[in-house]
Design a protein around this ligand. Structure first.
Ligand SMILES: Cc1ncc(COP(=O)(O)O)c(C=O)c1O
Length: 414
């Protein structure tokens, strides 16, 4: 099975060009579906007969500096516990990456590793929020955020975001209500999975005021911060001022941007000295969950992965445009707001009449595996999350298949 030509749908995109970018684009566009399946990722093997557009993995391989660092690692003896020097290097690299890319430096002493963002969230709930206080979650949301806090005995209060002509917005009044006056935690996902929103400074400031009034804490998940499209710049929540800094723990990871979640190394960034101190007393076993290869790959990514990251962003900018053109042409009844960050598209399929489970419809009739909107929050049953970090010819096939399934369905309904 070969890919259809990408050129048919080549958009008028005029972003980063040049031989390095052309080489990257050509290499990715040549990847075929059998090759992706043979590579064996979860995204391409989880649903054997379908095209993989669900879990947040990219089909772009890995940056050369990461591969080199891992080769060196397998030739080393560093299979024991993490040496102090490696830990320090990770903290330095993370701090410098944040400073270089987002203009905010937490300071390397304020960086700690965790195995992944979710274990960081668990520790933040345990260490920094009053026992029994709620976790307030703007929805739609990254799916495990709905369930995971419940495993810690916490109530998760879902606060649906509001959609208007400008896109999606947090419902600040409802967040204030949900927090009551007993503290608790707000999960701020910025850039937002799944809607792809990047919050403006004034939106972050508005949240800061509410959280401060309620004496609550913010878990600022910035895992998608480097995948920002069309020149948008990420603003770290903790950087907006001392009030936000005092009530925030930031979580990040190279895992999404550099496609290495299986290597198990995320980072928490502290901006409140008390939080840092408590971590010194209680955080060891959480940081213990980060792996040595994860630390080594992360250092390589942050120090030497920028060119690769720029190519990925540039490719995704083209893909976002391509997706918009394909949807408008082939399935115009699908509505969406173009994401500013991440490689996820949040598609409203309510006008299509696909039955009670649009995800199942697409899987069975189009052979495309997407994320069910219902998993992202109550009330989002008519949404689908599509991961467009696939080769562009594969993206064309996905939308063609979806369009054919939708057309057949509407004929059947007549
Ligand atoms: C917003 C967000 N947070 C966290 C994660 C998971 O991160 P980890 O694998 O480090 O727990 C993901 C994965 O897709 C994500 O999109």
């Amino acid at each position: 099975m070969t890919n259809p030509p990408a050129r048919e749908w080549h958009s008028g995109y005029t972003g980063r060009t040049g031989p390095v970018m052309e080489d990257f684009t050509e290499r990715i566009n040549r990847r075929t579906i059998p090759e992706l399946k043979a590579a064996g990722s979860l995204k391409w093997t989880g649903y054997r007969d379908a095209l993989g557009a669900w879990v947040a993995e990219m089909d772009f391989g890995v940056a050369e500096p990461i591969r080199e660092a891992l080769h060196e690692y397998t030739d080393s003896e560093l299979f024991g516990y993490a040496p102090y020097a490696l830990e320090l290097e990770l903290c330095r690299a993370t701090d410098q990456y944040y400073s270089r890319n987002f203009g905010w430096s937490p300071g390397q002493d304020n960086v700690v590793p965790t195995g992944d963002v979710l274990s960081g969230l668990g520790a933040v709930i345990d260490f920094y929020t009053p026992s029994g206080s709620p976790v307030v979650l703007p929805t739609p949301a990254y799916m495990p955020f709905r369930d995971f806090p419940r495993t810690k005995g916490r109530e998760v209060i879902e606060v649906p975001m509001i959609q208007d002509a400008d896109g999606w917005h947090m419902d600040l009044a409802a967040i204030a209500c949900a927090l009551a006056d007993n503290g608790g935690l707000v999960i701020l996902c910025n850039p937002h999975n799944p809607v792809g929103k990047m919050y403006t400074r004034s939106e972050l400031r508005a949240l800061e005021g509410i959280v401060a009034r309620k004496q609550a804490t913010v878990f600022a998940d910035e895992i998608h911060a480097s995948i920002t499209l069309a020149g948008r710049k990420h603003i770290p929540y903790a950087s907006i001022g001392p009030v936000a800094a005092a009530h925030t723990v930031t979580a990040t990871s190279a895992s999404k941007t550099f496609n290495i979640p299986g290597l198990k190394c995320a980072q928490l960034l502290f901006s409140n000295p008390q939080h840092r101190q408590i971590w010194r007393e209680r955080g060891f076993h959480i940081s213990h969950g980060a792996s040595n290869p994860g630390r080594i790959a992360t250092i390589a990514a942050y120090d030497r992965g920028q060119q690769w990251c720029d190519q990925v962003v540039s490719y995704l900018e083209q893909s976002r445009q391509l997706l918009g053109e394909l949807l408008a042409d082939r399935v115009p009844a699908v509505s969406w707001n173009r994401p500013d960050g991440s490689y996820l598209a949040w598609l409203d399929v309510s006008a299509l009449d696909l039955g009670r489970n649009p995800q199942k419809f697409m899987l069975e009739n189009a052979g495309v595996a997407l994320v069910d909107g219902a998993q992202c929050g109550a009330g989002f049953e008519n949404f689908l999350r599509l991961n467009f970090a696939v080769p562009q010819p594969v993206l064309v096939q996905m939308i063609e298949r979806i369009a054919r399934a939708v057309a057949t369905n509407s004929l059947r309904d007549r």
